[in-house]
Design a protein around this ligand. Structure first.
Ligand code: FES
Length: 253
């Protein structure tokens, strides 16, 4: 039986009218959100890292400045965030989820499944410059250490001058490190480390349990990615406003 190919114009019309079966939201909304949110966060992070010498207010410490490395060169105190910012930057930039979001939103390459994208040269996948993404697993190792330090910061924020201390900043720091842990330990690379390459789960019970736990977080990895970015932003903004005297210190003890 002869099969006739649809005319090119009808294919284009269908592509232009394609609807996402999983969402009633318009197709432009997601890429717009990604571009606006990530760009604003990048600008904010650059402002904080370059122009604030430290991120401490009483027992509170911003995740942008933890751990605190204080280095002075020729009388000039180098902002503590300079030593830290590249760790989450590399981790997030090479994260499997953020890569998808960046390719689809900033580069439109690919724009989305079944959607037309501007004409391009040959697609080479993640080769050449993009082999940089292979650093993700190594960034994960360093970020795990950083998350451990942030847990230490959150716990020590419950004391100030030897007394119990509980304020809005303490609560925000705690929520932030929980969200960061949810994002970090739901990492695809970590999931592979936990259970990848095993032919027999019943022979490796501990790794199987770990893999199951990571999978619970991994299923919503995109949500953890966004929520943890906003909690980092929120904690830091709160501490900056306290430092600048623009907000009263909310204390509940
Ligand atoms: Fe997203 Fe590893 S894949 S943090």
């Amino acid at each position: 039986m002869a099969v006739t190919q649809p005319a090119a114009s009808s294919v284009e019309t269908r592509a232009a009218t394609v609807r996402n079966p999983y969402s009633v939201l318009p197709n432009w909304l997601y890429p717009t959100f990604v571009v606006v949110a990530l760009s604003l966060f990048a600008l904010y992070a650059a402002w904080v890292v370059l122009f604030f010498k430290d991120g401490r207010f009483g027992p509170y410490l911003s995740p942008f400045n933890s751990p605190e490395f204080r280095v002075t060169v020729a009388g000039f105190a180098i902002p503590t965030g300079i030593w830290i910012f590249w760790i989450p930057l590399v981790f997030r930039f090479t994260c499997y989820y953020y890569r998808k979001a960046i390719f689809r939103s900033y580069l439109w390459h690919p724009r989305s499944c079944a959607l037309q994208e501007p004409s391009r040269g040959t697609y080479h996948g993640e080769t050449r410059l993009f082999v940089f993404n292979n650093l993700h697993r190594f960034a994960f190792y360093i970020v795990v250490l950083q998350v451990a330090v942030l847990w230490y910061d959150a716990v020590t924020a419950f004391t100030s001058n030897g007394a119990f201390h509980f304020g809005l900043g303490t609560a925000l720091m705690l929520v932030n490190v929980i969200c960061l842990s949810g994002y970090t330990f739901g990492c695809h690379a970590f999931r592979h480390m936990a259970g990848g390459g095993l032919d027999c789960f019943s022979c490796h019970r501990a790794r199987y349990r770990l893999w199951q736990g990571v999978t619970v977080l991994n299923i919503r990895h995109d949500r953890w990615a966004w929520v943890s970015m906003f909690t980092v932003w929120g904690v830091d903004l709160y501490i900056r406003l306290l430092q600048l005297g623009a907000l009263p210190h909310a204390l509940w003890n």
